[in-house]
Design a protein around this ligand. Structure first.
Ligand code: PDD
Length: 286
């Protein structure tokens, strides 16, 4: 497998990063996960824009010109003869002496990995997944803004660990005031009385790119949409619930804290949005 590392493509066994890299030492860096369908990347410009926003928010200057990124992502796929691919771009602060000062690092480390996509098992889409509301709270935006897609993922890992221990597929994190935010690597939607509801950005979530596509498709197809603050109890009254992210697209949720959502099967709006997502997918590929 070919991996882009800093300024060139190398074989995966040569794709090695220093133990002094501040990404390794401190989780000081950012990343993006992208997905390609038939060699075309889903929402490529939006992912690159978010990567740059994350970089800007941590004061990281990219060592590559903006115009090079789309072609490097595509070359990562073509070199590995990939069509349906999982792509991860990682940019860390780079190698430097021990210490928190970002100035210790001369140059950010850039890695672009492209590998065959491992799809989620189809039965999850048919049956829906089980979620647990976890005790671990989502990072306080004033401490570590969820808008930074940071390499420091411990907040989400602790939540995932707790959810797995509870026998759930994933955990729903609440914010400091006890309102719903998102899952550990996906955004949360639910349906109540025909209205598609999702926690607003102000609740302290990552503004997911799949989330924005789903909201747009809903609005364009006459589905009522609401972004707001919701207590965890709102899910008990929900008729449907689903998750979104780049790799899972739209994933139905069958139960939360062992209580069924609706009749426990993917609901009509969830299925409609999945259909719309697939029938409009080509619009979002580059
Ligand atoms: N996760 N919320 C969080 C905390 C995420 O990490 C992600 C993405 C999302 C969904 O964003 P998008 O629709 O842009 O993929 C929401 C990716 C898949 C990951 O961490 O690999």
């Amino acid at each position: 497998m070919w991996v882009f590392l800093n300024d060139t493509f190398v074989e995966s066994d040569k794709a090695v990063v220093s133990v002094f890299d501040h990404g390794f030492l401190y989780g000081d860096g950012i990343y993006e996960t992208l997905r390609a369908y038939g060699g075309r990347v889903f929402m490529l410009q939006q992912h690159l824009a978010r990567l740059h926003r994350s970089g800007h928010l941590i004061g990281l200057k990219f060592p590559l010109p903006d115009k090079d990124w789309p072609s490097l992502v595509k070359e990562s796929m073509s070199r590995n003869r990939l069509h349906d691919a999982y792509i991860r771009i990682t940019v860390s602060r780079g190698e430097g002496d021990i210490g928190l000062d970002p100035g210790l690092c001369r140059r950010p480390t850039v890695v672009i990995l492209a590998q065959p996509l491992t799809p989620y098992p189809p039965h999850l889409f048919h049956e829906g997944v089980s979620l647990a509301v976890v005790q671990v709270r989502r990072n306080l935006p004033a401490a570590l803004p969820p808008q930074i897609k940071s390499l420091n993922f411990l907040n989400n890992i602790l939540a995932k660990q707790e959810a797995l221990q509870a026998g759930a597929f994933d955990g729903i994190m609440l914010n400091a005031t006890g309102d719903l935010t998102e899952c550990t690597a996906s955004n949360l939607f639910f349906v109540q009385h025909g209205c598609l509801c999702t926690p607003s950005i102000e609740c302290g979530i990552l503004d997911g790119i799949t989330r924005s596509v789903v909201l747009m498709l809903a609005q364009q197809n006459g589905i009522a949409v609401e972004e707001g603050s919701y207590p965890a109890a709102a899910l008990r009254q929900a008729d449907e619930c689903f998750l979104t992210n780049t790799t899972m697209e739209i994933m139905p949720v069958r139960e939360v804290d062992r209580t069924s959502i609706g009749d426990g099967r993917p609901g009509p709006l969830t299925l409609k949005l999945r259909d719309l997502f697939h029938s409009h997918l080509a619009r979002f590929l580059e």
